[in-house]
Design a protein around this ligand. Structure first.
Ligand SMILES: NC(=O)c1ccc[n+]([C@@H]2O[C@H](COP(=O)([O-])OP(=O)(O)OC[C@H]3O[C@@H](n4cnc5c(N)ncnc54)[C@H](O)[C@@H]3O)[C@@H](O)[C@H]2O)c1
Length: 356
């Protein structure tokens, strides 16, 4: 069986991590990369292999490209995905799939129409700790789950990222709220309604180079979600509190018989604890030795294998579009008040083979 040809669009911060993973998979060939800023694709391909394409059109004209991996800035996602699908390419995109639900739904429909695969981050639900938690939930290890807490205290992007403004334009909800929402929807299925509140805690920020900028999107959002069967989820997202300096992090699944705590929804080796009701928590060993941190290429590898094996891929555009609907509904709720009903749905992702 031949290799799957992959090309990266967007050669910024996270592209280094993806390229290192993709270049290491023997069944994937990293053909090259492209970026809107001259020189960036050259730097990435010099380090990880492949060629630098001058434009997206040039990349899409390369017949060896099977999958486009879209790692552009948030506001470019929709356009890059649409053009890639229209050119007949499968796509895996960084999150969020799009910034408006109508656009996300349009991309899902376009992929379906063309018989193409659309995959999306975040795919941290494919991690060892997250897959272990999903299996425990399938097995009702804490009985019927009625309440979930998801905490995203993601600190201050400007203290480490050279280009933080795009992250603040979309805000903590759209940038990082997607992580626990993707794990929660993988566990519980589609959400049904959302009610949210937001505020701006610290509007004036300073880039690494000392230049100031002012936030236009809230840096603090609290959303209440209801799932089928009445399961409630409380999501907290902010770009203010450092995750190491709070006891509020990760996800908690509370059921009739006990509680299951996932101390990090991000890293694949997040600590897990399980407790029977009113009993002390016990550590849980993941189903297999966890990857340390995040294996960014795992979802692309699964997508490539799914295409070869003619089976569904796990990190789907349809689930990502549902998560975008949740994000947009939360924004409507905190801007206009009231509860917003959701309509979209998706098939739950299959567990990894080692987590069945
Ligand atoms: N940095 C991280 O730790 C991290 C982690 C997980 C996910 N992500 C996601 O990855 C994506 C990129 O984040 P980043 O931190 O790498 O951002 P970044 O700003 O460092 O890089 C984005 C790159 O995309 C390029 N770009 C923008 N529009 C383009 C277009 N139309 N065509 C081609 N190139 C274009 C920019 O020139 C830039 O090089 C975002 O969606 C983000 O949510 C980032």
């Amino acid at each position: 069986m031949g290799t799957t040809g992959v090309a990266i669009v967007g050669c910024g911060n996270i592209a280094q991590r993806y390229a290192a993973d993709l270049a290491a998979y023997s069944e994937i060939e990293l053909l090259g990369a492209q970026d809107a800023i001259p020189g960036r694709a050259e730097t990435l391909t010099a380090a990880h292999g492949g060629r630098a394409y001058a434009t997206l059109d040039e990349l899409l004209a390369d017949p060896r490209v099977d999958i486009v991996v879209n790692l552009t800035a948030h506001k470019a996602h929709y356009e890059v995905i649409r053009r890639s699908l229209e050119a007949g390419r499968h796509v895996h995109s960084e999150k969020p799939l799009a910034l408006r639900y109508e656009e996300a739904a349009e991309l899902v429909a376009l992929a379906d129409e063309r018989g193409l695969r659309l995959g999306s981050a975040p795919a941290t639900f494919l991690g060892e700790s997250q897959q272990t938690v999903l299996k425990l939930l399938r097995e009702q290890a804490v009985g019927r789950v009625r309440l979930v807490y998801a905490e995203v205290n993601w600190g201050r992007i400007e203290v480490w990222h050279p280009e933080p403004v795009g992250f603040y334009e979309v805000g903590a909800l759209f940038d990082v709220g997607v992580y626990p929402l993707t794990i929660a929807t993988a566990a519980l299925g589609p959400a049904r309604r959302v009610t949210a509140f937001a505020a701006t805690l610290r509007p004036d920020r300073t880039r690494l180079d000392g230049t100031p900028f002012t936030l236009s999107t809230p840096d603090y959002v609290v959303a209440g979600l209801e799932f089928d069967g009445g399961v409630q989820l409380r999501l907290t997202c902010d770009f203010y509190v450092d995750g190491h300096n709070t006891r509020q992090h990760g996800m908690e699944f509370h059921g009739d018989d006990g509680s299951l705590l996932l101390h990090g929804w991000h890293d694949f080796d997040g600590r897990i604890e399980l407790s029977a009701f009113r009993e002390p928590p016990q550590p849980v060993t993941p189903l297999r030795e966890p990857y340390r941190g995040v294996e960014w290429g795992r979802a692309v590898r699964d997508l490539a294998a799914a295409i070869r094996e003619d089976r569904p891929h796990r990190a789907t555009g349809r689930q990502a579009a549902h998560v975008v609907e949740i994000l947009c509904a939360a924004r409507t709720s905190y801007e206009k008040g009231g509860t917003v009903e959701l309509t979209s749905t998706f098939d739950p992702p299959a567990p990894m083979d080692w987590a069945v």
